[in-house]
Every structure is written in structure tokens, then in C-alpha cells.
Design a protein around this ligand. Structure first.
Ligand code: AMP
Length: 217
């Protein structure tokens, strides 16, 4: 199964993708996570990407697509994958079309007020990448990851001025992908109207929609 999870920053893509990947036994490819890791390791790629990440701009298509191609052809993606954060432009979607056939797009829609609240309260584990929220998905012990005991931190791009820029970039460059995929692939629409809905409820709804679209065997 090859899926795209699509939606604005703060829609919960990472949270739902990791749970869904677990349920379906497929890997999650998050281009944002890949870049953050490269930045942390201060690699060549990390140094190229750092400026884009900290300003909320997109990393150039050629760089992202090269990395994605490697990931989806890797061994752990042979049973399928969920793409989180890719494609983000029409050019990326065209490049993906040439690489592989996607089964469906999971499209998350979330009111802007919830997005801003979610992003500004988001905390991420330094060690395993697990995602928490200071209001709605609190860690058991403040500042400590429930899964691995790692330290929690706030992403540099989860600050108010960068959040605004990321939302602008999403509207202008990524949102048009809905039109691109509309007649090509099943789009499973998932509305998250409240930040209080526990992730497992949303994941269950996604699984139900996958089943209804005959995508679960
Ligand atoms: P995310 O974790 O998906 O919100 O991504 C964080 C940042 O990584 C974005 O704001 C971009 O700077 C960069 N990024 C991640 N995925 C892509 C992509 N597909 N194309 C361009 N830039 C990306």
C-alpha cells in the first residue's frame, strides 16, 4: 500500500502517519524528519536545508525529490509506505508519478485556529521523534518522552512568525495539489474539527475509509 498523507502544517500528519504505519505494517517517509536529522548532524545536505527550514520556505524540488527516490526504493519500503510532507509542489507530484503508483491520498482538513494552537504547543522527542502536545497530548512527565525517555523540544519552525510563513507557503504551493490529484486518485477526506479528538479516533476513521475504498486486504 502506497499512501500520501496530505494537509497543512499542524494537521497531525506525523502523528497519524506513524500510528497508521504501525497498524498497516508499512514505513513512514517524512521528508521534514529527514531534513531535521540532516540539520542536526550538520551534513552537507543539512547545511543546504537549514536556511529553508528555519524560515518556513520549501527546500528546492530537485534536492527533495532525489532524497525521496532513495527512500521509497529502500528495503524497508518494499511492503509500502506513507508519504508525510511529500509532495509539496506540482513539480514534486509529477516527479513522484514517474517513480511509483500511489493508491490513495489521505487529506486532512483542520481549521486555522486549531493549527496555530497545535503547532505552538507541539513538542517533539529528540531521540525517537514522537510527537506530543502540551495541551492535548501531554507527556506523562513534563519534558520527557513517554516512549523512550528522550528529551522533548520545540521545533524552531513552530514559532509564531515561521508558522505564518509555513501556512502561506502551504496555501500557495501545496494546496493546489488537491486539484492535481482530484481526478487521478481516491482522496479520503478526514475532517478534524477539534483538537481534542484523540489520534486513535482519527486513525480508526482513516482505516475505515481505506476499507471502504477497497484498499485494505
Ligand atoms: P514538515 O516537518 O513536513 O513540516 O517540514 C519541515 C520543513 O522541511 C518544511 O517547512 C520545508 O522547509 C522542509 N520540507 C519538508 N518536506 C519538503 C518538501 N517535500 N519540499 C520542500 N521542502 C520540504
Amino acid at each position: 500500500m502506497r499512501l500520501i498523507i496530505f494537509g497543512p502544517p499542524g494537521a497531525g500528519k506525523g502523528t497519524y502517519a506513524s500510528r497508521l504505519g504501525h497498524e498497516l505494517g508499512i514505513t513512514v517517509v517524512s521528508t521534514g524528519d529527514i531534513f531535521r536529522q540532516e540539520v542536526r548532524r550538520n551534513t552537507n545536505l543539512g547545511r543546504k536545508a537549514a536556511e529553508f527550514l528555519s524560515s518556513g520556505e520549501l527546500v528546492p524540488d530537485q534536492i527533495v525529490t532525489g532524497i525521496l527516490a532513495k527512500k521509497i526504493h529502500a528495503d524497508d519500503a518494499k511492503h509500502g509506505f506513507i508519504l508525510d510532507g511529500y509532495p509539496r509542489t506540482i513539480e514534486q507530484a509529477r516527479a513522484l508519478d514517474k517513480m511509483v503508483k500511489i493508491d490513495a491520498v489521505i487529506r486532512l482538513t483542520v481549521p486555522e485556529r486549531i493549527i496555530v494552537e497545535r503547532l505552538s504547543n507541539r513538542r517533539v522527542c529528540k531521540k525517537c521523534g514522537a510527537i506530543f502536545n502540551l495541551k492535548y497530548l501531554k507527556p506523562k512527565e513534563p519534558g520527557v518522552c513517554d516512549n523512550c525517555g528522550g528529551e522533548l523540544f520545540q521545533r524552531g519552525d513552530d514559532l509564531p512568525q515561521v508558522i505564518r510563513e509555513r501556512l502561506k507557503v502551504y496555501e500557495s504551493q501545496t494546496q493546489p495539489l488537491v486539484e492535481y490529484y482530484k481526478d487521478e486518485l481516491p482522496i479520503l477526506n478526514i475532517k478534524c474539527s477539534s483538537a481534542r479528538i484523540p489520534p486513535e479516533i482519527i486513525v480508526r476513521e482513516i482505516l475505515r475509509k481505506l476499507q471502504k475504498a477497497n484498499l485494505l486486504v
